[in-house]
Design a protein around this ligand. Structure first.
Ligand code: 5GP
Length: 188
């Protein structure tokens, strides 16, 4: 069994975090990804307890009040948060715990758990980011505009992360991320 660690994967919407995390889970046997709580409505194909734990505003507020969240943030008018207890348990069990969360949450995690490793996923260029966000075709122009504004803000903070990864060639990025995780899991 390896030593448990906490990795926070952040970066603008459209940078390809989801795909990278899915590949990381295939490559690293003891990697485990936390399932967040959100007040956002499920998108088509999303499954309760797999994609997210979908909550009402009241339920989400109760989780905050109980101290049940390691971090939480409002993003595009919805709230998102990481359940604290499962993360702590998985780390104690020796898992490489992965949080795929936005920037405000990433820095809250650093405050709470300074040993966390903060990784920033960068799109190859602004043009590619914009194309990817529009290409999804699932969001309105207003939502896309808001996400581009947020992306600008997130990119301006990239130097505060422990590790930056440009998601240009997917397989190269996957290998770099796998090496980064393994380096800490093996205690170097
Ligand atoms: P989406 O609505 O596209 O699933 O997610 C929107 C943003 O919320 C993404 O940047 C995603 O990484 C982030 N996010 C997902 N779960 C959490 C969480 O638990 N905490 C925080 N702070 N952000 C999250």
């Amino acid at each position: 069994m390896r030593r448990g660690n906490l990795f926070v994967i952040s970066g603008p919407s459209g940078a390809g975090k989801g795909t990278l995390v899915a590949r990381l889970l295939q490559e690293v046997d003891d990697a485990w990804v936390s399932v967040s709580c959100t007040t956002r409505k499920p998108r088509e194909g999303e499954v309760e307890g797999v994609s997210y734990f979908f909550k009402t505003e009241e339920e989400f507020q109760q989780l905050i009040d109980e101290g049940g969240l390691l971090e939480w943030a409002t993003y595009s008018q919805n709230r998102y948060g990481t359940p604290k207890r499962t993360v702590q348990e998985r780390m104690a069990q020796g898992f490489q715990v992965i949080l795929e969360i936005e920037m405000q949450g990433a820095f809250q995690v650093r405050e709470q758990m300074p040993q966390a490793h903060l990784v920033f996923i960068e799109p190859p260029s602004w043009e590619v980011l914009e194309q990817r966000l529009r290409g999804r075709g699932t969001e309105t122009e207003e939502v896309i505009g808001r996400r581009l504004e947020t992306a600008k803000l997130e990119l301006s903070h990239k130097m505060e992360y422990d590790f930056r990864l440009v998601n240009d060639q997917l397989e190269t990025a996957v290998q770099e991320l796998v090496e980064y995780v393994n380096r800490f899991a093996e205690g170097h």
